[in-house]
Design a protein around this ligand. Structure first.
Ligand SMILES: NC(=O)c1ccc[n+]([C@@H]2O[C@H](COP(=O)([O-])OP(=O)(O)OC[C@H]3O[C@@H](n4cnc5c(N)ncnc54)[C@H](O)[C@@H]3O)[C@@H](O)[C@H]2O)c1
Ligand SMILES: O=P(O)(O)OC[C@H]1O[C@H](O[C@H]2[C@H](O)[C@@H](O)[C@@H](O)O[C@@H]2CO)[C@H](O)[C@@H](O)[C@@H]1O
Ligand SMILES: [Mn+2]
Length: 441
């Protein structure tokens, strides 16, 4: 098996240490010769890098080289894979997005509603630049992007790089939900075979099979409704906010029992209830700053001080394992099945060809090969079409420098709808995002 040169772009991320643990766990399936960290924030990167150096010395001694840099050429030259996990504006801007929306009485969330729109307009510019930079030095590298909001980023990147089949957008939410299914069914998550359709953070499981072809869907639905639904991945199992989200997914299933929902649909199906649950002074961004970010930073600082990873609060998580297994399938042409984001092109027959949809695909050395979904029922088609129009308007507004399209986008979005609110939110977000957004007149 060819050993890979992997670059992690946005290596100062709170997800990096979990990813490193997952690389160690998966080293037989995705062997590496070199790992390179790239970030624009030297300090943020250095903490993770110094801790990773210690971790790899102890648990990945066969790795030929580990380094970190803020130099693009150094980072991307001869890369086989680039995992991209950047957050333009950081968690501080995420907090503003969430608070501005809540101030207007609508959902304040990282990827949904006005928060997702604000974040999307910040991400597009940096992501386009980053892909150009990677392609300058590594024209053949696989780029696995999970920078959010993945739906908007995927649409913008498809516009800018229409033929780049080695650029793939990917989200861990479906597999994180499947871990909970696996727990309920008492099977290994990798033995489950899902059927799924939708947009990123806006989709449904239609069937859950096992590898022998047995259909577990109806029993699973019944068990969720009767016995409850909880997050099971180590990263989120004990997080109160995620526990509430999974409980709400159970409610969605009771209300619409036809298919099993992605947890993110709660923001679109019960927007007022979601607003009521929020404390504007302690939104999710603040919880992450005080929770995951603090935990990762403290862990790294302790490792660096002690000079060892022994006893460190580090664990393999589904986020990392999923990205790595997907990468291995691309690298070694194993054609394994993963839910990823691709251009529709007839996969969902009653949605437009150019929609970026999230569906099961076989990952091969020729890219993601989507499996046919066919026609979807009217209710889901209606919901998706509204959301798709919102996403497209956001992307068009970026490329055309068109503020009116942002107002149209929020008017279509189920979390806003009211035109007066849409206009006021757009004005506030323009001020808050000065320097990050296009200069809308
Ligand atoms: N698709 C998914 O399912 C999924 C899952 C988890 C996380 N994410 C995404 O991963 C990203 C990281 O999340 P986080 O909470 O760890 O954020 P974070 O702020 O902790 O980390 C992001 C890092 O990116 C760096 N960065 C910002 N702009 C950059 C640029 N232009 N070039 C290089 N580096 C840059 C920052 O300096 C920072 O170190 C976010 O976009 C998040 O939404 C996506
Ligand atoms: O609110 P956050 O920052 O905790 O989470 C936002 C992200 O949520 C999803 O990712 C989950 C992931 O599904 C799970 O496996 C585990 O790794 O935790 C993550 C959340 O911490 C979602 O798919 C991402 O797109 C969001 O950024
Ligand atoms: Mn996601």
């Amino acid at each position: 098996m060819k050993k890979q040169r992997l670059v992690v772009a946005g290596s100062g991320s709170t997800y990096t240490m979990g990813m490193m643990m997952s690389l160690i766990e998966e080293k037989e399936r995705f062997p590496l010769k070199e790992v390179v960290f790239y970030d624009i924030d030297e300090q943020r990167q250095e903490r993770n890098a110094k801790a990773t150096q210690i971790l790899f010395q102890e648990q990945y001694p066969e790795l030929e080289s580990f380094s970190y840099t803020t130099n693009k050429e150094e980072a991307f030259k001869e890369a086989d894979f680039v995992f991209v996990q950047i957050r333009t504006g950081g968690l501080a801007m995420r907090e503003q997005d969430e608070q501005i929306a809540l101030k207007h009485g609508v959902v304040g969330q990282e990827t949904c509603g006005p928060g997702g729109m604000a974040y999307g307009l910040r991400s597009i510019r940096d992501m386009i630049q980053l892909v150009y930079d990677i392609r300058q030095y590594a024209p053949e590298a696989w780029i696995l992007n999970y920078t959010n909001p993945a739906a908007i980023v995927a649409d913008a990147l498809k516009r800018e790089f229409p033929h780049d089949y080695r650029l793939l957008n990917i989200c861990d939410m479906p597999i994180a939900i499947m871990i909970s299914y696996a727990k309920i069914l008492d099977v290994d998550v990798w033995d489950l075979v899902p059927e799924y359709f939708g947009l990123n953070h806006f989709g449904w499981f239609t069937k859950i099979y096992d590898k022998e072809g047995n259909d577990h869907t109806e029993r699973l639905k019944q068990l969720i409704i009767e016995t409850g639904f909880t997050p099971e991945d180590t990263e989120i199992a004990n997080d109160v906010s995620w526990q509430k989200t999974f409980e709400q997914a159970r409610q969605m299933l009771i209300d619409f029992p036809e298919f099993l929902p992605n947890t993110y649909l709660q923001y679109y199906l019960y927007p007022e209830d979601m607003v009521e649950k929020e404390d504007p002074n302690h939104t999710r961004a603040r919880q992450v700053i005080e929770g995951r970010q603090k935990r990762v930073h403290d862990t790294c600082d302790q490792m660096i001080e002690k000079g060892t990873a022994k006893g460190a609060d580090l664990h393999v998580d589904i986020h990392g394992v999923f990205m790595i297994k997907a990468a291995a399938s691309l690298a070694y042409n194993s054609g394994q099945r993963f839910i990823v984001i691709v251009e529709n092109n007839g996969v969902i027959t009653n949605l437009p060809d150019d929609a970026m949809v999230e569906v099961p695909c076989l990952l091969t050395s020729q890219g993601a090969k989507p499996l046919v979904v066919g026609e979807i029922p009217t209710f889901y088609k209606g919901l998706i079409e509204g959301q798709l129009a919102y996403e497209k308007l956001v992307v068009e507004s970026y490329f055309e420098n068109n503020k009116q399209k942002l107002i149209q986008a929020l008017t279509l979005n189920r979390t806003v709808v009211n035109v007066k609110k849409a206009k006021a939110i757009v004005e506030d977000l323009i001020v808050a995002n000065k320097g990050y957004w296009p200069n809308y007149e």
